[in-house]
Design a protein around this ligand. Structure first.
Ligand SMILES: [Fe+2]
Length: 416
């Protein structure tokens, strides 16, 4: 059950302005703000990404993950459904499971061996009725009142989301029709397969990675790979699209041939003479399900970004670790229908992404450089008015509309 207690919330210096064209620095550092984000966003009525159905195919298969700072287990029930429980013993709060993945008939806490079935029901309490007539639990103690905390869970076309809040809306309603269309573009029911994982801790506030992946302005400026080879740059055909609450977004682009042009003038990351020694990194094959765009970066707030960039597909899970750090877990994936050549292509192109990716390495580093200054000025503000000060879908990359949209939703839910 979600904790309904109001937070002893002391507002940080007020968000002085209307709208979201200015973002106070303290959004990225303030401990009270961070605690409220955990309660209202991660533990509130939102669906958080927790894994893929193909990661837990058999009864008893489980995977350990996180929603906010809470450790969560997803587990395949013998009846084929998926359960999600908090990794927290009902007795002393022990985070009893430390393995990332495995198979179990049930869960046993190592401290006092309280045992639970795969649904999280409490089965056994050692010495519950005492020894030699002494000790034990009170007579009115009922095991059924002390199971693991059970989460709402949904498996939508092989992608599993969970929520601590029993009042979370239906998943389709949560995404809204436009965002659902982008979700189903990748996840249309085809069987998924995991190609590998990357994990990294990034020295910045968790919101900065959502900003980064709603900021279509930077890719053609920060990333040499993108501007040189045309994968993402200012002169691409493009779209920025949101749901009606501006909670989620899709950033859409169609690659071009790259090289010199209006979009490269004065851009220091453009290297006119740069060439690849190994062409396999950009051996792109258009896929039937793309429907035009060569990349869609789909942010499902607050826990996930789905990346399809050429033939590389990844789930990028966002796990906050205090106001000034987050964990970023990449699950690179493909489809069981892929040919061996396509699997190889997806794996090769995955070198552009992940912690040391030719592209994404730049993002982690720049996020650290943003965070470096956020605590140094309580009145400091981020400027966010490219493309205007309002929020609307656009068809240009020279816009920060998706960032303004995200903070529009955020201000409403956070009540600041
Ligand atoms: Fe980037």
């Amino acid at each position: 059950m979600n904790d309904p207690r109001p937070l002893p919330f002391v507002p940080a210096p007020a968000w002085k302005r209307e709208g979201t064209a200015r973002l106070p620095f303290w959004l990225y550092t303030d401990e009270d703000i961070y605690q409220r984000e955990l309660e209202r966003l991660f533990y509130g009525p939102h669906w958080s990404y927790v894994g893929l159905s193909c990661e837990i195919p058999k009864p008893g298969d489980f995977k350990r993950t996180w929603i906010g700072e809470r450790s969560v287990l997803i587990v395949r029930d013998p009846d084929g459904s998926v359960n999600a429980v908090e990794n927290r013993c009902a007795h002393r709060g022990v985070q009893f499971c430390k393995e990332p993945q495995g198979n179990r008939k049930g869960f046993v806490c190592p401290y006092h061996q309280w045992s639970y079935d795969l649904k999280g029901n409490l089965l056994g309490v050692p010495y519950m009725r005492g020894i030699k007539g002494k000790g034990g639990m009170p007579q009115d103690f009922k095991r059924e009142d002390h199971g693991l905390r059970k989460l709402r869970v949904v498996d939508y076309n092989g992608v599993i989301f969970a929520s601590f809040d029993p009042k979370v809306p239906d998943f389709k309603e949560f995404l809204g029709p436009t965002m659902l269309k982008y979700f189903e573009r990748v996840f249309d029911g085809r069987e998924l397969t995991v190609l590998g994982y990357n994990r990294q801790r990034v020295p910045g506030n968790w919101k900065l990675i959502h900003e980064n992946l709603k900021d279509c302005y930077h890719p053609g400026l920060l990333h040499t790979w993108f501007i040189n080879f045309g994968l993402w740059r200012a002169d691409n055909e493009s779209l920025n699209v949101m749901d009606e609450n501006f909670c989620h977004s899709a950033m859409v682009t169609v690659r071009n041939k790259g090289g010199k042009g209006e979009a490269t003038e004065g851009v220091s990351s453009f290297r006119e003479n740069m060439q690849l020694n190994d062409g396999r990194f950009l051996d792109v094959e258009d896929e039937y399900w793309w429907g035009g765009p060569s990349a869609v970066i789909h942010s499902i707030f607050p826990s996930l970004i789905v990346q399809q960039q050429i033939n590389s597909i990844a789930m990028r899970q966002v796990i906050p670790r205090g106001p000034r750090n987050f964990d970023y877990i990449w699950t690179h994936l493909g489809f069981t229908e892929d040919t061996p050549e396509m699997t190889e292509r997806r794996l090769t192109q995955a070198n552009l992404f992940g912690p040391a990716g030719f592209v994404s390495g730049d993002d982690s580093e720049i996020i650290g450089m943003v965070e470096d200054n956020m605590h140094t000025d309580k009145d400091g503000e981020v400027l966010c008015e490219l493309g205007g000060r309002d929020v609307a879908d656009t068809d240009t990359h020279i816009s920060e509309t998706l960032l303004r949209g995200m903070y529009h939703y955020y201000r409403k839910i956070m009540e600041i």
